[in-house]
Design a binder for this molecule. Structure first.
Ligand code: FAD
Ligand code: NAI
Length: 462
């Protein structure tokens, strides 16, 4: 029976980061992981494979849409789907192996198998019981089910099936215009699939700044995606490699059907805690299935902590990673902390979309006095050169103090640009601090500075 300072259950971004930090802080650390490879949902069937497919199909989109404009003439490349899948898998393998290397480097023990917690201080894997002074649950999440829909991962798929379809479907209905639906819908649309996204609400990407969501919908529609909004899906019937989706329009209760070769159910994810034995342990759960924790990631059972998708908060890899670092630091007697007010969100469509802090809708609801600094990428030389001048940068700042309250970007490199704002917000920056910072020309970042200038005396190039 081995004894550890920390045993982490789950080797996703939350768990593996917690383990690395714990080991760096001198704690004897083990991680239990039931999958064949490390990295969790994110590396195996989430962030990484989806970004590989988005990259490959983005290149194809460029060939079709923009190459000729740049004087690059020649036949468009043929898509070898099997090879594209191999590329995606190579990217996944490279990353999961990378975590294995980091475990070895940091002397972290990988306990292979599915773990349960028979009692505080004990983790059972197979027949073996391992002792741990501290246990961190980082068991992640799984796709949430929709009543009346049976997922077979062939015709009716979750994101996991959608990442590994046997062939490129002629038609795809995506249920849910959230992040998964739009990213994977975009990828297939660029491969020539006719994509229809059916969304319950009246706008796509709920929770996102309304103006950005509208702009994204317009751009994706231009790219060929179809949207049916305000539609409650009633059921999906799959027969002989075809599926029929029935939905009701909420405005008038009228019913309609769409047929497609494949249906992607992308209506959210729920915490995965099955098999851990939490109920018997007396770990308190929240009504939506998350493990209840305090602001030090402690569950209601002493010595057991929880992080990542299994607890409240946005289901994002970097949120899980930050919690992983913080909980390890707390266990080691340091002051781990996560600033939930500054967690960026990115959608990796083309153009990318990113956001941090408050949306305009939230500020209105809070009755806060704010000002908007907006700058269109149309005024950014670099964006125009890559045919991505449709979006904008929008900075929301306190009307009195000029302190940045939020930022929302739709445009080239938005996922990277947002971090300048994140750092600013961590330092309590005013929009003027960014406006006064010299930005290299020609870069997309200039659009961020221009939006900051627009919070003051005005942008130069608009
Ligand atoms: P997970 O990554 O889910 O890892 C949990 C691990 O625990 C799993 O490997 C599981 O096998 C293991 N486990 C569970 N129970 C046990 C047990 N009892 N014993 C042993 N092992 C166990 N987020 C982003 O920030 N950016 C993105 O671009 C992004 N893209 C995504 C794309 C898709 C298609 C999906 C589905 C998700 C995406 N996400 C993205 C979300 C991201 O994957 C999750 O937020 C993140 O993986 C959560 O990390 P985690 O460590 O909490 O859990
Ligand atoms: P989501 O919560 O982003 O979107 C789900 C969508 O489905 C919502 O728009 C919702 O209104 C809609 N919906 C729910 N029930 C419906 C119904 N019956 N009929 C029609 N529409 C319905 O969830 P999604 O896209 O499944 O992603 C899950 C999680 O994975 C998210 O929390 C996200 O944070 C994470 N993720 C993050 C990515 C990123 O950071 N780039 C990429 C992919 C996933």
């Amino acid at each position: 029976m081995a004894e550890f300072d920390v045993i982490v259950v789950g080797a996703g971004p939350g768990g593996y980061v917690a383990a690395i930090r714990a080991a760096q802080l001198g704690l004897k650390t083990a991680v239990v992981e039931g999958r064949e490879t490390l990295g969790g949902t994110c590396l195996n069937v989430g962030c990484i494979p989806s970004k590989a497919l988005l990259n490959a199909t983005h290149q194809l989109h460029e060939v079709h849409e923009n190459f000729e404009k740049m004087g690059l003439i020649g036949g468009a490349p043929k898509v070898d789907w099997a090879k594209m899948q191999d590329y995606k898998q190579d990217v996944v393998n490279g990353n999961t192996k990378g975590i294995e290397f980091l475990f070895k480097k940091n002397k972290i023990t990988w306990l292979k198998g599915w773990g349960s917690i028979p009692a505080a201080g004990q983790v059972k894997v197979g027949e073996d019981i391992h002792l741990a002074k501290n246990i961190i649950i980082a068991s992640g999440s799984e796709p949430s089910a929709l009543p009346g829909i049976t997922v077979d991962e062939e015709t009716v798929v979750t994101s996991t099936g959608a990442l590994s379809l046997k062939k490129i479907p002629k038609s795809l209905v995506v249920i849910g215009a959230g992040v998964i639906g739009l990213e994977l819908g975009s990828a297939y649309s660029r491969l020539g699939t006719e994509v229809t996204v059916v969304e319950f609400l009246d706008a796509i990407t709920p929770g996102m700044d309304g103006e950005v969501a509208k702009s994204l919908q317009k751009i994706l529609t231009k790219q060929g995606l179809k949207f049916v909004l305000g539609a409650a899906v009633q059921g999906v019937e799959a027969k002989k490699g075809k599926a029929t989706v029935t939905y009701k329009l909420r405005k008038d209760d009228s019913e309609a059907k769409i047929e497609a070769e494949t249906v992607l159910v992308a209506t959210g994810r729920r915490p995965y805690t099955a098999g851990l034995g939490l109920e018997a342990l007396g770990v308190e759960m929240l009504p939506r299935g998350q493990i209840k924790t305090d602001d030090h990631f402690r569950t209601t059972v002493p010595g057991i902590y929880a992080i990542g998708d299994a607890i409240v908060g946005p289901m994002l890899a970097h949120k899980a990673e930050d919690e992983g670092m913080a909980v390890a630091e707390i266990i080691a007697g340091k002051h781990g902390h996560v600033n939930y007010g500054v967690i960026p969100g990115v959608i990796y469509t083309t153009p990318e979309v990113s956001s941090v802090g408050k949306t305009e809708e939230q500020l209105k609801e809070e009755g806060r006095a704010y000002k908007i600094g907006k700058f269109p990428f149309m005024g950014n030389a670099r964006a125009k050169a890559v045919f991505q001048a449709e979006g904008f940068v929008k900075i929301l700042a306190d009307k009195e103090t000029d302190r940045i309250l939020g930022a929302h970007i739709i445009g080239p490199g938005a996922g990277d640009l947002i971090h300048e704002i994140c750092v600013g917000m961590e330092f309590g920056a005013a929009a003027q601090d960014i406006a006064l910072t010299c930005h290299a020309h020609p870069t997309y970042s200039e659009a961020v500075r221009e939006a900051a200038l627009a919070c003051g005396d005005g942008a130069i190039h608009a």
